[in-house]
Write a protein that binds this ligand. Structure first.
Ligand SMILES: CC(C)(COP(=O)(O)OP(=O)(O)OC[C@H]1O[C@@H](n2cnc3c(N)ncnc32)[C@H](O)[C@@H]1OP(=O)(O)O)[C@@H](O)C(=O)NCCC(=O)NCCS
Length: 171
């Protein structure tokens, strides 16, 4: 039987693994390159997926007014296609819901197909977002995808949500 995958807030000791995993995808132009120091500064926005103590995926969540932007979203290559990305997405949606945000947004250059298969629709840069320009790295050529966040469930709390919600630094 496979080890269970757990999603939790990222911790300082995850930074080297997040940096290593992310750098491999940045080298393929799939993610925006971020240094370990940049990732450490953003760590409070990150969810980590782990299995048997190994970091197997991560995603950054940045609240932008009414949207939660997913960034630096990746899963270890040998575990692609097993649902870990979907699990991270489920947690991201729950966080967005607790924050009272109406949608999840992703900016992607090469992975739009994955978002389309997971309930996102492509949106134009002026399509009702609070600040679309802030979501796109100038000149990168990414497209924007959006998915509604589930309705807020009053009184539903979880440590993941409170960690993310407490004044996470902006990107
Ligand atoms: C995108 C990513 C995080 C998804 O993680 P994952 O754990 O493989 O995703 P899941 O297992 O939950 O989903 C797999 C499903 O998506 C599909 N899929 C995977 N990549 C896809 C793509 N680029 N386009 C369309 N569908 C894709 C698979 O065929 C599979 O479909 P199925 O469930 O019907 O068989 C992972 O592929 C990854 O790390 N990619 C490299 C980094 C990246 O591109 N990140 C996004 C930057 S915006």
């Amino acid at each position: 039987m496979r080890d269970a995958v757990v999603v939790r807030p990222a911790r300082p000791e995850d930074v080297p693994a997040i940096a290593g995993l992310s750098a491999a995808f940045a080298a393929e132009d799939l993610l925006v390159a971020r240094t370990p120091d940049q990732l450490r500064d953003l760590l409070r926005e990150f969810l980590a997926a782990t299995s048997a103590g190994r970091l197997v995926g991560c995603v950054g969540l940045s609240q932008r007014e009414h949207e939660v932007l997913l960034y630096n979203f990746c899963v270890v290559p040998d575990l692609h296609g097993l649902g870990i990305g979907g699990l991270l997405l489920d947690h991201a949606a729950a966080v967005a819901s607790v924050l009272g945000c109406r949608s999840l947004v992703a900016a992607s250059k090469h992975t739009g197909g994955w978002f389309l298969r997971h309930g996102f629709t492509e949106i134009g840069p002026r399509h009702g977002l609070s600040d679309p320009a802030a979501l796109l790295v100038p000149g990168r050529g990414s497209r924007l995808y959006r998915r509604p966040a589930p309705g807020r469930r009053p009184g539903h709390h979880h440590s993941v949500f409170t960690t993310i919600a407490q004044g996470a630094p902006k990107q």
